[in-house]
Design a protein around this ligand. Structure first.
Ligand code: HEC
Length: 242
């Protein structure tokens, strides 16, 4: 018996496949939109870049807002040696134990004149550790808990989705090697993509693998869907002898 092709489908099957593929297509576009709005501003530059991807998993560890401030706009309010003390404290992970003895005396010299509620200016209040801590946090990216949560949801969800799309697509009429590639590659890509999230948390260079795997996934999924949608309605039955 010849393999089942789209021209063997009843109209009900064709409608079911078409509606499903269109909904998934819209969902995919929304996923891209979501990715864009949640990641594009990670590196505070517009547009999505590999740095944005690295920043969300690895974090931007190059410094804290406090360090940026005392090297930049607030540099004029702090002496050289006090800055060294503060930077060393930040590199140490800004431990609370040292706030009162080491950091507060420095802040008292000039900073608190502006950075306290008493100053009446609506600026971040540094008179307590909690107030300063907000600016002293090193960004280490997504937590392991969020990563695990996100990856199991993605693995279950996307593999089911790919199974359904592939199940429809195998009824298409294309070169057999191409069909096998399109069915298998997005599954591999999802696996590589998600493993790379964890690797990126460890080393930001893997942000490139995240992006490449994501592109392969998108390409293979889109090809399967577009070829299916076209052939469901336009693939002609070959003139077989009766
Ligand atoms: C003369 C008033 C004044 C003094 C003194 C002052 N600041 Fe500020 N600081 C400001 C103002 C105004 C802003 C908000 C505008 C800005 O971000 O440039 C600010 C913002 C900040 C921020 C937030 C930056 C961000 O990422 O949003 C930090 C951190 C900071 N200051 C640290 C300090 C430290 C540390 C000192 C002491 C060495 C200090 N400031 C002294 C006026 C002051």
């Amino acid at each position: 018996m010849a393999a089942r092709r789209f021209y063997d489908c009843t109209v009900s099957e064709k409608l079911l496949y078409t509606a499903f593929l269109l909904l998934v297509g819209v969902g995919y576009l929304m996923a891209l939109g979501y990715l864009y709005v949640t990641h594009a501003n990670n590196d505070s530059k517009p547009g999505l870049s590999v740095t944005d991807v690295a920043d969300s998993y690895y974090g931007n560890r190059s410094g804290t807002r406090l360090e940026a401030a005392i090297r930049g706009p607030m540099a004029g309010y702090i002496q050289e040696e006090d800055r060294h003390v503060m930077v060393a404290w930040l590199k140490d992970g800004a431990p609370e134990a040292d706030y009162a003895t080491l950091i507060k005396p420095i802040l008292q010299k000039t900073c608190l004149a502006c950075h306290s509620t008493a100053s009446g200016r609506n600026l971040p209040d540094f008179t307590t550790y909690q107030g300063l801590h907000e600016f002293a946090k090193v960004d280490t990216g997504m937590s392991l808990t969020s990563l695990l949560k996100l990856s199991h949801i993605h693995l279950f969800g996307i593999s089911l989705l790919l199974f359904a799309i592939g199940f429809i697509f195998i009824q298409a009429e294309v070169q057999v090697w191409f069909k096998r590639f399109l069915v298998l590659s997005p599954m591999v890509a999802v696996f590589v993509d998600i493993m790379s999230w964890f690797l990126t948390k460890w080393d930001p260079v893997y942000a490139y693998t995240v992006v490449i795997a994501g592109a392969v996934l998108g390409f293979s999924m889109a090809m399967q869907m577009l070829i299916s949608l076209y052939q469901i309605w336009f693939l002609k039955r070959p003139n077989a002898p009766r």
